[in-house]
Design a protein around this ligand. Sequence first.
Ligand code: NAD
Length: 264
Amino acid sequence: MSCDQRVALVTGSGQGIGRGVAIGLARDGYLVILNSRSADPNNPNVGAYEVKNVIETDGGAADVIRGDVGHLEDHEQIETVIAEKYGRLDLLVNNAGVAPAVRADILEATPESYDRVMGINLRGPYFLTQRLARRMIEWKQDGAMETGRICFITSISAYTASISRGEYCISKAGLSMATLLFADRLAEYDMPVIEIRPGIIATPMTAGVKGKYDKLIAEGLLPNRRWGTPDDVARAVCAVGRGDFDYSTGEQIDVSGGFNIRRL
Ligand code: NAD
């Protein structure tokens, strides 16, 4: 099966950054495959089906594939649906991720939390990318698509120590290296791999720590004195999706309101 439209998969796109990225890519002409662990077609007002409705109302095209990125057995199903229905994947956006269920000091944090966060944030996207990149090479070589591009949504936590969520920081640092590894490996096929590092973005993930970050931002933590939005991140991903960063494989784009500027 092959499809005339460019196809993007955005993992974890039922809310937050993934939702914004999916809507942005659909506006740029991608057929967007939304992925979520709990997509329910009988409940079109929440999660991936809500996003699908928004995209379709806007004149775009979307599909939904249920699947848990942390469960390697779900990856085969994701691959099969994409192969059978579309026969191409022009853009993979590894967005799904979780924070620790409980923020715990690094001297107290549990192996269970470590395994959960690493499984979803690092092991899952690493092996999903391995599996889909192999297909993307084939589809590019068969002429089903012009090229394949990959984005990893990491975080400023890839290089910023937060001692109450060490496992999250380690997972994002690992994903940053995964970007370099896949960028190096796929360069011979001219398939760019780019890391996007969001800063403090207003989503359901950060809703529980809103007060803490409101205060830090008001006190000047960020030169751009506001929270980031899913749309801020979507703009960066859309630029990658358009090919604007094709000669920058392996690079990081920070979307963090100037967080990295050292100031005196
Ligand atoms: P969010 O919790 O609002 O949304 C994450 C989405 O991913 C949810 O829909 C969730 O159901 C889904 N998801 C979680 N685990 C999954 C799994 N195993 N399989 C499939 N889907 C799964 O979070 P967000 O703020 O939108 O974050 C999106 C990504 O951006 C994450 O990787 C996060 O670490 C990263 N990030 C967020 C911020 C921020 O400030 N919000 C900052 C830096 C990086």
